[in-house]
Write a new protein. Structure first.
Length: 381
């Protein structure tokens, strides 16, 4: 461990221990940030990594993540461990394309952007034919590539690889899901939205098929990772439900979310939702009984706390553009607005961005926001 970070790390261990017991005295800060910020920023990307390279070579993916983690741990302050770790925990990280690509989407790369897939189901006939082909093998197609990368990273680890004198630790896998409605939107390019009204019974069958496929894939990959299910602490995402009315969510997607939760979760699930999901908060509380909400923007934090209650942990939601562009006066004003919104009631709140730090965001902007919250995020006993 780097000597200069020891005091910070001791403080963080104490803070997070207290947070779990509800005894913490200030608001924790955590940024959702990944190796894309290094790959897409020439100032940080000294080795010249590209997503094409990382997606074709397990060693390139490994090194890009390690270089990012080394930079983050020495430059971006938050309530996480700083400095060199005892072991590097990294993963097979194909950003957000793995499920859509496995279902059949063609992967493509755009300069100065994260990878994506091309939608391939544009009308009802194509969707019906897709379902008629059956659920893909969970280890086939793009997920077969994921398995190859995982096996290679395990091999590298077992050969005693080190980075900055530290060995590899846990190698994570995409065992979760970005959600059935989000997958339906991705692979249909939004065509599913029209069918909600013109052919709702077909949409129900299609979304059920997608959900069945995702569950089968998740089961298989939990087994690869050696994770028994159901278990406590399970969480999932489904960003695209922000496009649905509460009535449409209740009919088309909520039953599918319940299936996923029943399969993988003991107790109360967590959920990640980017965007404006204010209109779904009541259902998330009443029907899913969520334990946590990793929020995006523009979630109304005051209303979220009022609806979800004091026992739901919320993380968010400083606007990523504010964090990217500043100036510091705006970062301070928006941070203080969040802290005074009422979301601190019950103390289950973690300050962060809403949601995912953008490439080119200056570390000093994140560090300044961290200091503002450390100074003004004091909690009442």
């Amino acid at each position: 461990m780097d000597e200069g970070f020891e005091e910070h790390n001791r403080e963080v261990r104490g803070l997070m221990s207290d947070f779990r017991r509800g005894a913490h005295k200030r608001v924790p800060v955590s940024w959702s940030i990944g190796y894309k910020v290094l790959v897409l920023d020439p100032r940080l990307n000294k080795a010249g990594y590209t997503f094409e390279g990382c997606f074709s070579d397990p060693h390139a993916m490994l090194m890009a993540q390690l270089d990012f983690e080394n930079w983050r741990r020495h430059n971006v302050w938050a309530d996480w461990e700083m400095g060199l770790p005892d072991k590097w925990d990294i993963g097979v990280n194909f950003q957000n394309v793995y499920e859509s690509a496995w279902l059949g989407g063609d992967l493509f790369f755009t300069p100065n952007q994260v990878p994506d897939i091309r939608p391939f189901l544009r009308d009802l006939d194509e969707m019906a034919e897709f379902m008629g082909n059956g659920i893909p093998d969970p280890m086939s197609g793009f997920m077969g590539k994921v398995k190859q990368f995982y096996d290679k990273l395990i091999e590298i680890k077992e050969k005693g690889f080190t980075h900055a004198g530290r060995p590899l630790g846990d190698i994570s896998l995409p065992i979760g899901t970005d959600g059935p409605f989000t997958m339906a939107m991705n692979i249909t390019g939004g065509a599913i939205l029209k069918l909600l009204y013109s052919n709702p019974s077909f949409v129900e069958r299609f979304l059920q098929f997608i959900t069945d496929a995702l569950i089968e894939r998740m089961k298989a990959w939990h087994r690869v990772k050696g994770v028994s299910f159901p278990y406590e602490g399970f969480g999932f995402a489904d960003d695209s439900i922000q496009l649905l009315s509460p009535r449409a969510y209740g009919r088309f997607v909520l039953p599918l979310h319940k299936e996923i939760v029943k399969t993988f979760c003991i107790g109360r699930p967590g959920i990640h939702l980017c965007g404006d999901v204010n209109h779904h908060l009541e259902a998330l509380k009443r029907e899913l009984d969520i334990s946590s909400l990793d929020s995006g923007y523009p979630l109304d934090l005051k209303r979220a706390r009022e609806i979800l209650g004091d026992d739901v942990a919320i993380r968010g939601n400083l606007h990523v553009v504010t964090l990217l562009e500043g100036p510091k006066e705006k970062i301070r004003a928006e941070s203080l607005k969040i802290l005074s919104s009422g979301v601190l009631r019950g103390k289950k709140f973690t300050f962060g961005e809403g949601n995912n730090v953008a490439p080119f965001t200056p570390a000093e902007n994140m560090n300044y926001a961290y200091e503002v919250v450390r100074e003004h995020g004091t909690l009442r006993p």
